[in-house]
Design a binder for this molecule. Structure first.
Ligand code: NAD
Length: 329
């Protein structure tokens, strides 16, 4: 099987090259360009393409891939809200993904953001580099003894709950389904989670129900001086309402690995660009906000797991023995 990998970064190529000899029936070619209707034509002669969470896998792109003869879309990520599944089905193109590669990678990054926002590491790093050893403005709070509220206790939320427990926090959670492994977690309704938590961390997927879950109304129900962390999907938070909440001093800190309108920024070096929207700039203008660029997944262990499952998916598809859990419908 010939696979064309779009939007290839150095760390993608390194992790796939490290294991591809173990899959002699698969040939991978890498291109830096990301998927679009125009670049879909590059897939002529390839049975499969490999795309990422930020790729455009919309209906028109899928139809262009179909014309190029593609039979399989390999998503090298867990999320697939960027894939038009109906168009894929109409074109008879299978979509496979990597359902869980390293929940700890994302959960540890969520706690890193919470800690950085709490102890103002982003500020102190810059200050000390400028020979400013003043501590003014750097006061944090102990997490020990505080309440962590986890929204969504699937794989990543469960890992975050365990980390918070390790910090000596009381852990409460909201999910429609209780995770039986989390016997130390108290499940509460959303109202209670919002009003009780000192740290709120979002780990539910983006769906019609969760779109703008964090908005003016839900922010108003939060405790004053809460820390909010989002490593899930940007559109869980209505950014304008978050900015209004930050301006009204609601938040002790905010840590975002994902945010609305991140797509043109994600994984790109845009240091010479004038950004076309002000969301990123506005968020970065606040001293208690730290933003990273969708890097929660980026650990050696997660990259290894992503490349292995992606190539297993391609092999299984070719051998007609697909792991149903990895097929997206
Ligand atoms: P998962 O499917 O294991 O868990 C999601 C949980 O959310 C489930 O328990 C589900 O019941 C719950 N849920 C669904 N709707 C909900 C709602 N309305 N309210 C509360 N809970 C709800 O998924 P996961 O592997 O833990 O991943 C969670 C999310 O993390 C993904 O959807 C993805 O958006 C994000 N993610 C981010 C990165 C990153 O690099 N930042 C990497 C991987 C995944």
């Amino acid at each position: 099987m010939n696979i064309l990998m779009y939007d290839t970064k150095k760390y993608d190529k390194d992790s796939f090259d490290a294991i591809k000899d173990q899959y002699p029936d698969l040939n991978i070619d890498y291109v830096k360009t990301d998927l679009s209707e125009r670049t879909a034509r590059l897939a002529n002669g390839y049975e499969a393409i490999c795309a990422f969470v930020s790729s455009d896998v919309s209906g028109p792109v899928i139809r262009a891939l179909n014309e190029a003869g593609v039979k399989l879309i390999l998503m090298r990520c867990a999320g697939f809200n960027n894939v038009d599944l109906r168009a894929a089905e109409e074109c008879g193109i299978a979509v496979m993904r990597v359902p869980g590669y390293s929940p700890e990678a994302v959960a540890e990054h969520a706690m890193a953001l919470a800690m950085a926002a709490n102890r103002k590491l982003h500020k102190s790093y810059i200050k000390v580099r400028e020979n400013n050893f003043s501590l003014v403005g750097l006061t944090g709070m102990n997490f020990h003894g505080k309440t962590a509220g986890i929204i969504g206790t699937g794989k990543i939320g469960a890992a975050m709950a365990r980390i918070c427990q390790g910090f000596g926090m009381r852990v409460i959670a909201y999910d429609m389904y209780r995770n039986p492994d989390l016997d130390f977690v108290t499940y509460v309704d959303m109202e209670e989670l919002l009003s009780e938590s000192d740290l709120i961390s979002l780990h539910c997927p983006l769906t019609d129900d969760t779109y703008h879950l964090i908005n003016e109304k839900t922010i108003a129900k939060m405790k004053d001086h809460v820390i909010l962390v989002n490593t899930s999907r940007g559109a869980l938070i209505k950014t304008d309402d978050l900015i209004a909440g930050i301006r009204s001093r609601k938040f002790f800190g905010v840590g975002l690995d994902v945010y609305e309108e991140e797509t043109p920024n994600v994984f790109e070096n845009r240091e010479d660009d004038i950004l076309e929207t002000s969301v990123t700039a506005r968020l970065l203008s606040f001293p208690n906000v730290i933003v990273t660029s969708h890097q929660g997944f980026l650990t050696e262990e997660a990259l290894e797991a992503i490349s292995r499952t992606t190539l297993d998916n391609a092999s299984d598809f070719e051998n007609g023995s697909v792991n149903k859990g990895n097929i997206v419908k």
